[in-house]
Design a binder for this molecule. Sequence first.
Ligand SMILES: Cc1cc2nc3c(=O)[nH]c(=O)nc-3n(C[C@H](O)[C@H](O)[C@H](O)COP(=O)(O)O)c2cc1C
Length: 319
Amino acid sequence: MALPEVLRNRLRIPAIAAPLFIISHPPLVIAQAKAGIVGSFPALNARPAEQLEDWLSEIGEALAAHDRSHPERPAAPFAVNQIVHKSNTRLEADLALCVKHQVPLVITSLGAVAEVNDAVHSYGGIVLHDVINDRFAHKAIEKGADGLVAVAAGAGGHAGTLSPFALVGEIRRWFDGPLFLSGAIASGDAILSAQAMGADGAYIGSAFIATEEARASEAYKAGIVAGHAADIVYTSLFTGVHGNYLRASIEAAGLDPDALPTGDPKTMNFGGDSAAKAWRDIWGSGQGIGAVDAVLPVAALVERFATEYAAARARLCAG
Ligand SMILES: Cc1cc2nc3c(=O)[nH]c(=O)nc-3n(C[C@H](O)[C@H](O)[C@H](O)COP(=O)(O)O)c2cc1C
């Protein structure tokens, strides 16, 4: 099935910049969309909650101004991520603002709820729901999501354990709608691989932490540049749900990354002040960061992806 209008012919390369707790804010989102890939942020990053309206106006106005001055290369659309979980007490109010501002894409995480999808559909918006297995993918589509983000093993933040080949392969047996692959994608070659596997494109998080526009400390950015797959630890300790984190940040917190206790799912808290504090000190990261060599402006990182993507396609066609 073809991509929905909002994504068709609007992207320079087939990629969505993933929402990053704490890190994604308007300068990052605007730079991503101007560079030609979907830019996104979690609604919960706007604190206090009233700030969300300012952020939506700022992003909308900046992208409209860009389109007026560059009609030959309009910006890609942007997305807001909503955590659909009982610990998110802001969901209703944040969603109402997305409806008011007609946010083109909404990415839902952790819970698939029909009312959320209905609200976004009321103005013609599109919902992508992120899932770590085929069972959740079925549930999300049954509840009315338009498309899926398949979060495979090695993804930064909360991540699944399945091989991307298995996950995309299973979903594509029954679902022909929009499907983006997430997990350790940090090069143009990997973006093309996601398409070869059957996805419509890539969903890229950790690589954007090492950009000038990202709201992360210099030490965190340096950790992403220095890190490799072997530096990533998979643990449920910090949120009650398994995720991937940089080993050095766990050591700096005085913990032994090789002997971490199990997290308690009952204490799951996404987006609250205690979660914000935890994510500031414990650095989420996926396994793909071996491909990240420097902190760059977003435009330069997307340029690298586009160059690598074109070269990988040419290599395959020539072969
Ligand atoms: C630091 C960090 C914060 C994240 N925060 C969120 C979030 O708030 N909401 C969400 O849906 N996903 C979040 N994710 C997951 C990403 O959206 C995405 O699935 C992941 O980064 C993709 O894998 P990659 O980092 O290997 O590219 C986060 C990931 C990282 C690394």
